[in-house]
Design a protein. Sequence first.
Length: 389
Amino acid sequence: MRMNRPRSHSASRRPATAHTLLLALLGGLALAVVALLWAGTSGTTTVAANSTAVTWQTNDMQIPFRGMAIQLASGWKPVETYGPLIDEVAALGANTVLLSVSGYMEHARSQAIYIDTRKVPSGDDLKTLISRARERELHVILMPIVLLRNPRGNEWRGIIEPPSWDAWWQEYEEFILHFADIAREAEADALLVGSELLSTEKFEARWEKLIAAVRPRFHGGKLGYSANWDHYRPIRFWQHLDFIGLTTYNTLSDRKNPTVDEVADKWREIRATILDWQRQVGKPLVMTEVGWCSQEGAAMAPWNYYQNQTASPEGHEEQRRLYEAFLRAWADTPELLGVVWWEWSSAPGGAGDFGYTPRGKPAEDVLRSWFRAGRSPPTTRPHDSSESK
């Protein structure tokens, strides 16, 4: 989780647990094995459900799905607002876009989940945006999330405790099925059935029931769940999903402005831990949120947008180093199916910006180069059923 939601939507949060760092493990599964895990029967996977279907293909020893996230946070003229952002993501060289849409609870102990039409595109507008992304030869991942309208203190969606869990699960299923129908009709490639809902993850049977309900509504598409960076191990319903979603807001340094080499070494330790666990689960990985604010100290608490809200050349350089270090450490990882960077927005970016967007900052150059190296547009066919300092 990152704390760049509008202030009325989320509050500060703390990591749930600390990572246990293991010695780096060498080797990995062959890329073909990852493709089989994803596709079930082949290295090419049909994921859309209507007259045409996108085929997800792997590239030898590369991360196949390279994308940017866009938060769809307004229901007012969303096609005019977010359509150009989708075009810009394609122009960056990405081959994937993650569209994040929200449902709301008043606070962590309230009951209802509701869709605020002022904050969420209508079904028709969302379908139009997904279709626009496909026209730009982008894979589309849809990520519905729960936000808190009026969080109290440090509340966030990871600690919700509604008065009635039975009623909450019924509403949550309706919420996810609403977007599953839209994703199917617009031929999105993948749907995340949840994101960072830590307090719900103990309800294994409830998650299994939800996933079983979503499958026939999003037939042909791939399902995942976006786990918080420090809370993926307790989850026991991975076997019912097609891929593991994981955020990456790990603590990477105890000081400002660490070097690329220092951060890359830290990532290699974390990578070894994750891959050791991932091989036991047997599902490919998609990093659903990779990103850092352009603030000095971003490596120390990547989830905390509010820690140092000052734009500076040093902060922009730290963001660039963090991008580069991640890519160095995770290169040639066959288990890693995709990386989605957080985030691309209409904010002007540039020298005066201290948020997550790389727009107009040194990190954008890193991204453009990486996207260019891995650009492989989806194919269609008829559907048949720093440098160190």
